[in-house]
Design a protein around this ligand. Structure first.
Ligand SMILES: NC(=O)c1ccc[n+]([C@@H]2O[C@H](COP(=O)([O-])OP(=O)(O)OC[C@H]3O[C@@H](n4cnc5c(N)ncnc54)[C@H](O)[C@@H]3O)[C@@H](O)[C@H]2O)c1
Length: 253
């Protein structure tokens, strides 16, 4: 049966790959993203809203629109997150810390808060939060990001308990390093901050994994599809890494 799927940060990277995978599955898509240009380039078959995931007022308005257009929401992919500063803690400003936590935590909180009553009423739903391997391990030079990604795991675990008896499942996907523009930006920042070459940094990303491969956005989208479907009907409260099995995180960096 076709599902209504709401995806934050759906205009690029992992969120866009999720939207494409759900669309191929026959589902209806609603993406939100703060990047107007990126959202305009996305399929016109999708519902699209330009907003910042920290902006409660705009999100309240969005949910009014969703309620008018859709009967319910079957899947929320709370996916928006920024990489935050790449630096030692003594060089990170309070503003940079707060900015990273606001987007990565408040966004997931606000969307979960508003989707929960809808899913409770329909007595079904799947909330899929994008955390990171940074939500399982620690990483040097990335303390705000790591903190935020552990934070969403705590939220996921709590919501899974609050919502389980309504047949609403809540899980977190922890991607490893996903190929693409975003990773390139992280690598650029690390070249500057760690005085290593691009090759050394890319090698370090896969060196600590059993499978020695970078992840593709489609790998994450496939896991989201699984977590939204009947095949995972009793999977909730789980932290699921899609990372080629991280043995030793960040071994050389
Ligand atoms: N790419 C990776 O290697 C990787 C690894 C682990 C986890 N993740 C997580 O996956 C999620 C998606 O990452 P990605 O790599 O696809 O990122 P991306 O940078 O490719 O895309 C992020 C999208 O988020 C949007 N966005 C940024 N801030 C926003 C805000 N405040 N409100 C609304 N939209 C906003 C951007 O406009 C962009 O379209 C993030 O939570 C990220 O932390 C990514």
């Amino acid at each position: 049966m076709s599902k209504n799927v709401l995806i934050t940060a759906g205009a690029s990277g992992i969120g866009k790959a999720m939207a494409e995978a759900f669309e191929k599955n026959g589902d209806s898509i609603w993406i939100v993203d703060s990047d107007r240009e990126a959202i305009e380039k996305c399929s016109n078959n999708w519902n699209k809203s330009i907003l910042d995931v920290r902006d409660e007022k705009s999100i309240l308005k969005l949910f009014e629109e969703i309620k008018l257009k859709w009967k319910g929401v079957d899947v929320l992919c709370a996916n928006a997150g920024i990489k935050g500063p790449t630096s030692l803690i003594e060089n990170i400003s309070l503003e940079e810390w707060k900015d990273c936590l606001d987007i990565n935590l408040d966004g997931v909180f606000l969307f979960s808060k508003l989707v929960a009553p809808i899913m409770k009423k329909q007595r079904s739903g799947s909330i899929i939060i994008t955390s990171s391997t940074a939500g399982i391990f620690g990483f040097s030079h990335r303390s705000p990001y790591v903190t935020s990604k552990w934070g969403v795991i705590g939220l996921m675990k709590s919501l899974a308990i609050e919502l389980g008896s309504y047949d609403i499942r809540v899980n977190a996907i922890c991607p490893g390093s996903v190929e693409g523009e975003r990773l390139e930006k992280v690598v650029e920042a690390e070249i500057a901050s760690k005085r290593m070459t691009r090759e050394e940094i890319y090698n370090a990303y896969t060196a600590g994994t059993s499978m020695k491969k970078l992840i593709k956005a489609e790998d994450i989208a496939n896991m989201a599809l699984f977590l939204s479907g009947h095949g995972s009907r009793l999977v909730s409260g789980q932290v699921i890494a899609v990372d080629g099995h991280t043995e030793v995180p960040d071994p050389k960096v």
